[in-house]
Design a protein around this ligand. Structure first.
Ligand code: PLP
Length: 298
């Protein structure tokens, strides 16, 4: 439990040399390390090529949410990039160790990074960092969203798998550029639209749309990330008797819906107040219920 001079608890770093099999030198599969000391080689392929994958897990009051689904998605991304399969048990233990080593805070962000490793060595580099989450409160009351062309169709996942749509890769420069463009347009976030006119996802979030008795999201087959949050909510909504599932939707479908959210593990459910210039209905009661489900407080 260390504190910096700003009183923000210090981040925690865990190195996971056993993330894709026991380390050859017989050392522990993971160990705490000093986040203030350089740890990554300049020849790691994640540095030179952005060649790697990651997961971001939220922990609320010390409890990480959806660890299993996040690590299953890490394994899916690894398979799409033809990386060695990650050892999900070892990584899960390292995630819990990172939380244990961190000061108690209400909201913690845990990133699991998994790169192709140092050029020529064929061993993934894996590390986990845990740090106090950003203040997402303003997003949870409502965001303006700008629709942005993604320049790819909804068929790329099947037809052009080398484009790695649907994998959570460490090449997020395009995603971050989209957020900056959305901000230039006076919005807080973006919604990607495919060249065939269907909405996809946000740069770091999944779309959820409310229409009558149905809650809908973009099909994973359209090349979006299979979101852990949307799966949690769709399962809960289905249990409550709603129709809940996937559907290809146009911008117009979202603009005329009964409400829409961008979902992600640390930001939780951000209701969309405006899609471009169209105002959307916002249900803050439902949003609060989503938040309870996504933080495990329900
Ligand atoms: N889509 C993209 C592109 C993302 O980066 C993320 C999260 O980071 C999501 C969707 C939402 O995924 P999850 O609900 O598992 O946090």
């Amino acid at each position: 439990m260390t504190s910096s001079s700003t009183d923000t608890p210090a981040p925690v770093l865990v190195l996971v040399p056993g993330a894709a099999g026991a380390p050859a030198d017989g050392s522990a599969p993971f160990q705490l390390a000093d986040p203030a000391v350089a740890q990554l080689s300049v020849t790691d392929l994640v540095v030179t090529r952005g060649d790697g994958i990651f997961e971001t897990i939220g922990a609320f009051d010390g409890t990480p949410i959806n660890v299993g689904p996040h690590l299953a998605r890490l394994a899916r991304s690894a398979s799409l990039l033809e990386l060695p399969a990650p050892d999900q048990e070892v990584i899960a233990a390292a995630v819990y160790a990172a939380i244990e080593a961190h000061a108690d805070v209400p909201e913690l962000t845990i990133r699991v990074m998994y790169s192709r490793g140092i050029e020529g060595e064929d061993t993934p580099t894996c590390w986990i960092d845990a740090h106090v989450s950003a203040d997402w409160a303003p997003y949870r009351t409502g965001i303006r969203v700008a629709s942005l062309d993604r320049g790819l169709s909804t068929t790329v996942f099947d037809e052009s798998p080398w484009l790695l749509q649907g994998a959570k890769t460490l090449s997020y420069a395009v995603n971050m550029a989209a957020v900056r463009e959305a901000k230039r347009r006076g919005a807080q976030d973006a919604l990607f639209v495919a060249t065939d006119g269907y909405v996809l996802e946000g740069p770091t979030s999944t779309l959820l749309v409310h229409r009558g008795d149905a809650f809908l999201t973009t099909p994973v087959s359209a090349g979006v990330l299979p979101g852990t949050c949307v799966n949690t909510l769709l399962a809960a909504l289905q249990d409550e008797g709603y129709e809940a599932g996937e559907e290809l939707m146009s911008l117009q479908d979202v603009a005329t819906s009964d409400g829409a959210w961008l979902l992600s593990s640390t930001r939780l459910a951000a209701p969309i107040t405006h899609l471009d210039d169209t105002e959307l209905p916002v249900d803050l009661g439902l949003t609060a219920r989503f938040e309870d489900l996504l933080t495990g407080r329900a």
